[in-house]
Design a protein around this ligand. Sequence first.
Ligand code: PLP
Length: 398
Amino acid sequence: MFILSSRARGLKPSPTLAINAKAKSMQAQGIKVVSFGAGEPDFDTPENIKRAAIKAIQEGFTKYTAVGGIDELKDAIIQKFKRDSDLTYKRSEVLVSCGGKHSFYNLAQALFDQGDEVIIPAPYWVSYPPMVLLAGAAPVIIGTREEDNFKITPEGLKRAITPKTKALVLNSPSNPTGSAYTKKDLERIAEIAISSNFFVISDEIYEKIVYDGFEFRSIASLGEEIRKRTIIVHGVAKTYAMTGWRIGYTAGSEEIISAMNNIQSQSTSNPTSISQKASVEALIGSQDEVKKMVSAFAQRRNYIVDRLNEIEGVSCYKPIGAFYVFPNFSHYYERTYQGKKINNSTDLADFFLDVARVAVVPGVEFGADPFERLSYATSMEDIREGIDRIEDALKKLS
Ligand code: PLP
């Protein structure tokens, strides 16, 4: 008899959190590590949001709330969807959870069964396949190409569809590539989802972090038929530098939201009362700080992409959104350092950490081994220093 369940035995810990832990432990030993590992803004949570939380504490808003979130926050979410995507939802179609990850987890538990297939385009956010597996369903990974800006094509999508297809996971802008789907791209995907009758899980957590005037569109806003089949997963973590506050939310049909609410009621209960009050301010208060953060990210993106593309043999797609770059380093595979061969993205990430003292996340964790993920949610000085170190380290490979 095994002590652990097969579910637990089959599960790997989140690789991004593991890399950050290793980098932090090196730093604790006094080693200066430049970390491109973190999936979180380096900015502080804006003052107006903190003040809303302090006020909530002072007013004693520190008890259990309704499982799926307070009405005030649900109304702020409803207002946000109306304002940004012209989407109309009722309170019964919105659920607040403990982070976007928790929103997706609850959704997977509510929607998927043994035998269901869930199409996940690669490169994908690391947590999608494990959460689909934990729900008993099968992730069906479809590759995308650097030349297609890491976007799925209608043909690629159609090839993956079977009678068991229950849903497609769409993440635009994407973690890890920063690629994003245009209205036209989304129209084609919507047509296929409607004709083949599957759900679209639209993870829009990086909606507000877009560059060069890119116009974000939610696939749910393209018509009633696709809206009925779409469940939007969202959260305040990335837009408002609120990763530690743990507030995510979902919008979709009443039937699905109500099932997710039941699951949440038997697991975590409500998300933190104080964070909920802060999130109301985040969503409908001043958005000025967001603009400042996005403009800082844009500057860093331009710099890091140019620097990476200047390195011999490296190609780096210029992201449209989020705060990651996903350069192709496969030119350096098969090379060696002190007799040790670099076979893949994991070996190269280890080499960067050990030799350059730079933390990156191996592309294989996102389903794309030729690449490494670098988060540029860090200072310009660190970016400059980190890329200098990577460049120098690569010269040591023979
Ligand atoms: N979705 C994507 C694509 C992400 O990158 C993340 C965080 O890294 C999340 C969802 C979840 O964010 P959180 O649980 O912090 O709200």
